[in-house]
Design a protein around this ligand. Structure first.
Ligand SMILES: [Zn+2]
Length: 412
């Protein structure tokens, strides 16, 4: 049975895990930042060493395809595998990196062994999975594309404009509007990822077969009142935007729990204007991220969030407006690929269980254009999006081997 080179895979993950490491121990590789660019260059150099050419599309997705295939095979719909190498601020070294590096390792092994393919195998490293500028930016660009107006309106976590940051990182903004993948060009996609939750570890199982991925929505809610003197303005006449935003945020947990046991609502970012300790806030902006595995409940949840914000704004004599991104729909994953992952895990003596993903992934976009599967491996303590995020090297190796088996099965 062909297997991945575990030592090489581990060494690669450890090397990539040093790029963008901050003093606090976490990784800061926001998309198109200096550290993200350095990580991309490192990845491309690893591809070059393996004799693999990297193509970069208009939005910065890196695509690496199997060399040495005949023109006939190259013309067939491809099997894609990949993930992302950007991180959240102070993130961990496995989220995304595992799937991006393991897919490269699989392609290297296929190349080294000269395995005869019926279809091209390509590795995809998607831009800005973590939504610095827009949720699942790179894969969204592939499946739906962005207009110039949409790109112009994107602002990153640090307040920077996408256009400026993207161009500074070497991107071409006109090319970024021409990224949609040709229909029928993909046969299937499969992604390896850490679970980012505690389920597999609690069960003592090595492989997760992902049945579906949660829907994701949200954006910015802005409460607009009036800024006033913090000493001289009586409480009764204030139009304090932050007090209203606070009341709204306090209601969010019950908006989720009253929708479903799987619904979640999060505010991760607050900003106020004018932002001074002795001034009543005139403007308060809060980000809202809401998720549920069911498409109808996503609509219900969004309606509840908007209605609640409106009624709280009215109560406080404020205006409120919403700048929500297009909702990314929940995605059921392909049953046939789930069966392949199950069989491949079993053949390697690994225990697998089915689970759904409460985290968003590029695979939910790719599932719109091709049969798509996802393989999870356990996260120690269920921790992710933090410096403590970790997965045992044995689980890394197991997951990468099941990925290799599944890619070969799909492509031969
Ligand atoms: Zn990820």
């Amino acid at each position: 049975m062909l297997s991945i080179d575990a030592d090489r895979l581990v060494a690669d993950l450890q090397e990539l895990g040093q790029i963008g490491r901050s003093k606090g121990g976490g990784l800061d590789r926001s998309s198109f930042s200096t550290a993200d660019t350095e990580a991309r260059q490192w990845y491309m150099s690893r591809c070059a060493e393996a004799g693999l050419a990297v193509k970069i599309d208009g939005i910065g997705n890196m695509i690496v395809c199997s060399p040495n295939v005949s023109a006939e095979v190259a013309s067939r719909p491809a099997v894609w595998s990949g993930s992302h190498i950007d991180t959240v601020p102070s993130g961990g070294q496995f989220d995304g990196a595992l799937g991006a590096v393991a897919a490269l390792e699989c392609l290297r092994r296929i190349h080294e062994e000269g395995i005869a393919l019926n279809r091209p195998v390509c590795v995809a490293v998607y831009s800005d999975e973590e939504g610095n500028f827009s949720s699942l930016l790179g894969s969204s660009a592939l499946v739906r594309g962005y207009s110039r107006d949409e790109l112009d309106a994107m602002i990153g976590r640090d307040g920077d404009h996408f256009v400026d940051t993207f161009e500074a990182a070497g991107g071409d903004i006109d090319a970024a509007t021409r990224t949609r993948i040709a229909s029928g060009s993909l046969h299937a996609t499969v992604e390896l990822h850490i679970e980012q939750g505690p389920f597999l570890e609690q069960l003592g199982h090595q492989i997760g077969i992902v049945t579906g991925i949660v829907g994701m929505g949200g954006g910015v809610v802005t409460f607009r009142g009036r800024s006033d003197h913090a000493g001289t303005t009586p409480m009764a006449v204030r139009r304090d935007a932050l007090v209203a935003a606070g009341a709204f945020l306090a209601s969010c947990p019950s908006l989720a729990t009253s929708t479903s046991s799987r619904a979640v609502v999060t505010c991760g970012l607050i900003s106020v204007e004018p932002a001074s300790a002795n001034v009543v806030p005139g403007v308060a902006r809060v980000t809202i991220d809401f998720r549920d595995p069911d498409a109808d409940r996503m609509v219900t949840l969004e309606t509840k969030i908007i209605d609640t914000a409106r009624s709280i704004a009215e109560e406080h004599h404020l205006d409120v407006d919403f700048d929500f991104e297009r909702t990314i729909q929940p995605a059921p994953l392909d049953a046939k690929i789930q069966g392949m992952i199950e069989g491949n895990a079993k053949a390697r003596g690994l225990v697998a269980s089915r689970l759904s993903s409460a985290a968003g992934h590029d695979s939910q976009n790719m599932a719109l254009v091709a049969p798509t599967g996802m393989i999870f491996v356990p996260s120690i303590g269920g921790r992710s999006h933090c410096p403590e995020e970790s997965t045992s090297w044995a689980d890394v190796e197991n997951g990468a081997n099941v990925l290799l088996d599944t890619i070969i099965q799909l492509a031969t």
